[in-house]
Design a protein around this ligand. Structure first.
Ligand code: 4AD
Ligand code: MG
Length: 460
């Protein structure tokens, strides 16, 4: 496989505040340079402009030492009273943490500064003087979550957010190269596809509607014109369970593939996951290291992933003392036990049909089971993908709806897909935050979401 074309490592730094530049009468020709570019040997001796937010500040004897932060990195700025003048220096000294500055100066080497260079300020414009920033170490988790709109600026959340963006870029690049069309299914629907009890209900002009739990049914409709489709959407689950891997709103990457069976479905999943891991390992090395993940561990994961049948998984778990029998679901503890000692993901296939959704195809060789698989991440992280071959026969689809007591009327449109050109097809849904949690070794999935939605949290 040729690797997907890598996008630029950082989004182009287009936030070049022309309005601010216009204020700077003496040096209006300077355009702001990202800190990562300023904090480099090649910049030593250059006169340049940076802008950013104060990360740390201290002052003594007429010199202020600031560390500035922007989207690309950090850099030390030294500001001297005898260069800035009494008034300019006083304003700079008063710029507390998170104040916004524009600084013109000359880059010099300084081994003690973060990144090895500092900017010796010739002019400092304080764009905004911040109030005392309420976020500091040793605050409670609750306090930090209440101030998420501010804690998104912290190093760990910035790193996780960049890893997630990279994972999405990698997924899009890979699926594009594989010939998939990105489509935009609805979030609001009259169907509750994955099970009515976990769907958020709302009123829609006097009708009952649901927030989407999956785009699958709509993706199935779109394989007829497009054959290979995917969507990256929010999905909603009204899960009361407070676990470190459930969110009420998460990012769902779903794909659907015409003319495909179990083999093609698992094949595309393991190649997609590997492409994501490899691109993230390659391009977000620093972020991974900051978060405690060795990029080599992700780089070393390659297809094919091991496949084990549900029946075999039960045996393994029974051997570890779990009290399970045919028909028991594999919950968090069971998935953790299966994957704890592994370093690579594993597919668990052929679950009992009662455990899975109405649309899954029964295995003709073992009709107690369905042709579906969950992909479990190693190191105890557990399920990251759920997927299956879909039932294509209209009679059996109706029977499965009835067996689950699901009213047929809202699914009439879906049954039409089995009336006009029904073909073997399969698909899957990948929980983006689940994958990011694993890659970044986060204890709780909420730390892979800038603004997590859990049962007790709707603000900020
Ligand atoms: O296994 P699920 O429920 O499968 C489906 O929704 C299928 N219709 C997808 C498809 O075939 N198109 O969900 C798919 C994935 C899970 O494997 C998990 O990674 C993630 O979505 N997921 C959640 N992630 C975070 N919080 C939750 N509450 C999640 N529920 C599912
Ligand atoms: Mg699942």
């Amino acid at each position: 496989m040729t690797p997907p074309t890598p996008p630029p490592p950082e989004a182009p730094h287009s936030g070049v505040a022309p309005t601010h530049a216009a204020h700077a009468s003496s040096s209006s020709e300077l355009r702001p340079v990202p800190l990562v570019q300023a904090n480099q040997d090649s910049a030593v001796g250059s006169r340049l402009r940076v802008h950013g937010w104060v990360h740390r500040t201290r002052s003594s004897g007429g010199i202020a030492f600031l560390v500035l932060r922007d989207a690309t990195g950090q850099m030390q700025v030294t500001a001297k009273r005898d260069v800035l003048g009494e008034e300019g220096f006083a304003r700079t000294e008063k710029a507390l943490v998170e104040s916004a500055l524009i600084v013109d100066g000359v880059v010099a080497s300084d081994r003690r500064a973060p990144g090895g260079h500092e900017l010796r300020a010739e002019r400092v414009e304080v764009v905004h003087t911040a109030e005392v920033f309420p976020i500091y170490a040793e605050q409670t988790e609750e306090f930090l979550l209440d101030h998420r709109h501010l804690t998104v600026r912290t190093r760990e959340l910035v790193a996780t957010t960049k890893v997630k963006a990279e994972a999405l870029r990698a997924a899009r690049a890979f699926l594009d190269q594989e010939g998939y069309w990105e489509v935009t299914p609805p979030i609001l629907s009259g169907n509750a596809a994955e099970g009515g009890s976990e769907a958020f209900e709302l009123e829609y002009f006097g009708q009952k509607a649901y927030l989407g739990q999956t785009a699958q049914l709509y993706l199935e409709a779109l394989i007829y014109p497009l054959e290979k489709v995917y969507a990256i959407d929010p999905s909603f689950r009204a899960e009361k369970s407070r676990t470190p891997r459930h969110l009420c709103e998460y990012t769902h990457l779903e794909a659907e593939l015409a003319w495909a069976g179990m083999k093609e479905n698992l094949d595309i999943q393991e190649r997609l996951v590997s492409a994501i891991l490899h691109q993230v390992a390659e391009r977000r090395k620093e972020e991974l290291e900051l978060l405690g993940r060795d990029p080599k561990e992700l780089r070393s994961i390659e297809p094919p992933f091991e496949r084990i049948r549900y029946e075999k998984a039960l045996e393994i778990l029974q051997g570890q003392g779990f009290d399970l029998r045919w028909g028991s679901d594999l919950a968090t503890a069971e998935e953790r036990a299966i994957t704890l000692e592994r370093t690579s993901p594993v597919f668990v296939t052929h679950f009992p049909k009662e455990l899975k959704a109405f649309y899954m195809l029964q295995d003709p060789d073992d009709p107690r089971t369905v042709m579906g698989a969950d992909l479990l991440a190693p190191e105890g992280y557990g399920e990251i993908i759920g997927g299956s071959c879909r039932e294509t026969d209209i009679g059996r689809t109706i029977a499965q709806l009835e067996a689950r007591g699901i009213p047929r009327a809202p699914y009439e449109w879906y049954l039409d897909l089995r009336r006009y050109g029904s073909v073997p097809h399969a698909g899957f849904g990948l929980g983006v935050e689940r994958v990011v949690r694993w890659m970044t070794r986060r204890e709780h999935i909420r730390d892979t979401m800038p603004f997590p939605r859990t049962p007790s949290r709707l603000l900020p």
